[in-house]
Design a protein around this ligand. Structure first.
Ligand code: 5CA
Length: 453
């Protein structure tokens, strides 16, 4: 993309309404625009990151064997009357009447609808196990929408639902989700720690929240510091293997890590004092096993091996896709702006032309731009007629992990500058070497992508 043709409305001043750094930087970098409390337009740069995050979520869901579909945002109230949640959900649910005075609602989650799809189409245990998921907008009329996309009213969520014959099978689905979530967040450059949590309005006895540690997080968390040493890395997991998934769950949940809802001071006190941590965290996902809570009242049953009909065991599993942008920025920024992890960056590298209009500088930039694209990279070329300082400030603000600076003085010696946004370190390289270097950095990241449906 050429910046002269892009739409990047960056702000020079700090917006007054933003209380936390991610909200401030998203507004300043021209990523979002508020349209009403907790409701945002996604401007091109924000939209691009949102799509990158969605893509990683899709790839990791499908790697784990989960099947994508798409359900609508509006739902019939009648479905929610069947589960009893129409009355239970309270004021967070946005209730709507259509022209025929029928009750609709803007979905805050989809347990009822997916159960309805299941009961209409599946009747034998032979079709199990099954996990369906979608990435769709949700609406929750939060009392205090705040911190930008972090606590929105309209927000994008990946929600997945497993259907299994037995509790054991459903617990394997639970473990499988935990494993795939660890891999998903790591690909985004995040450490998200699974912590014992509370079921809330979704219900269920088994539930873990995934938390990214950050001072601005809304949840209070308590953990054994040893848990932060764990990384998922590039292990190859067979998602069908009960033992392998169980082993990962045990590894990542055996140390104390709980949100304030389930915190137990007596158990916490048994951890050696130097390892006890109290901190704040951003909840970027939650997994639940709730058995037959929805399948029983809604009649989602299958004929089992013995010929009898039994309600299926279910769980649901959510990732806060739009919230993740805020969480990633909270964990990756400095006083100049955002620092995107390479896995989610909107553009892989920025090209800064120091002398726009100079024939040899322009053509060197064009050649680098084209070569990067040929190698599968997505560069942002700042081809505007602006001062170098302004171009650098924009690149630093929007946080591309790499920058190639091209000017006549360097080109006289066949050199450009390759700068690492995180460390600030620069190297003089030939244009060809700079492209090679970037190619080496991004190839392993591209290799993590799996084919998706
Ligand atoms: N049905 C289940 C799982 S599919 C569910 O709704 N779970 S949830 O309530 O925990 O939401 C899943 C994730 O959505 C949360 O972990 C959080 O990351 C995100 N989320 C929830 N509320 C908001 C909100 N108001 N703004 C942005 N993200 C949110």
């Amino acid at each position: 993309m050429r910046l002269s043709r892009y739409f990047l409305p960056v702000l020079k001043e700090d917006p007054k309404e933003a209380q936390i750094v991610s909200h401030r930087l998203m507004l300043r970098a021209g990523m979002i625009k508020q349209q009403a409390a907790g409701i945002y337009s996604w401007l091109p740069l924000g939209y691009k990151v949102l799509k990158r995050i969605e893509q990683i979520v899709h790839e990791e869901q499908q790697r784990a064997g989960h099947v994508p579909l798409l359900m609508p945002t509006l739902q019939s109230a009648d479905l929610w009357r069947e589960s009893g949640r129409y009355d239970d959900y309270g004021e967070e649910m946005l209730r709507i009447k259509d022209r025929h005075k029928r009750d609709l609602l803007y979905g805050p989650t989809n347990e009822e609808m997916i159960t309805d799809i299941f009961r209409s189409n599946v009747s034998s245990y032979k079709d199990l196990p099954l996990t369906l998921y979608h990435i769709q907008w949700k609406f929750r009329d939060e009392i205090r929408p705040r911190f930008g996309v972090m606590r929105g009213r309209e927000f994008l969520m990946k929600d997945g639902y497993n259907f299994d014959l037995t509790k054991e099978d459903a617990l394997h689905a639970y473990n499988r989700h935990l494993v795939s979530y660890l891999r998903t967040y790591e690909r985004m450059g995040l450490q998200a720690i699974p912590m014992r949590a509370d079921g809330g309005p979704i219900g269920g006895d088994y539930t873990h929240e995934f938390l990214v540690l950050a001072e601005t997080g809304e949840s209070e968390v308590f953990y054994d510091s040893q848990i932060t040493d764990l990384t998922f890395g590039d292990r190859q997991i067979n998602y069908d293997s009960v033992e392998e998934c169980q082993a990962v769950l045990e590894e990542f949940t055996s140390r104390y890590a709980r949100t304030d809802e389930t915190h137990d001071e007596a158990v916490f006190a048994q951890i050696p004092e130097e390892r006890r941590r109290t901190a704040r965290g951003i909840e970027v996902g939650q997994i639940f096993y709730f058995g037959t809570k929805y399948s029983e009242p809604m009649g989602a049953t299958v004929v089992g091996p013995d010929g009898n009909r039994v309600p299926v065991h279910m769980g649901s599993h959510g990732i806060g896709v739009s919230r993740l942008l805020g969480a990633i920025i909270e964990a990756n920024h400095d006083d100049k702006g955002i620092i995107w992890p390479e896995g989610v960056t909107p553009f892989h590298v920025g090209i800064v032309n120091l002398k726009q209009g100079d024939v040899s500088t322009d053509s060197a930039c064009e050649a680098i731009y084209n070569e990067l694209r040929t190698r599968g990279m997505d560069p942002l070329y700042d081809d505007r007629d602006e001062r170098a300082g302004a171009k650098f400030a924009t690149m630093d603000l929007i946080g591309l992990p790499w920058r190639i600076t091209v000017g006549p003085r360097g080109l006289a010696n066949n050199k450009v500058e390759l700068t690492d946004r995180r460390s600030g370190e620069s190297q003089e390289l030939s244009p060809q070497e700079a492209v090679e270097r970037l190619s080496k950095i991004y190839q392993p990241i591209f290799a993590l992508s799996a084919p998706t449906a």
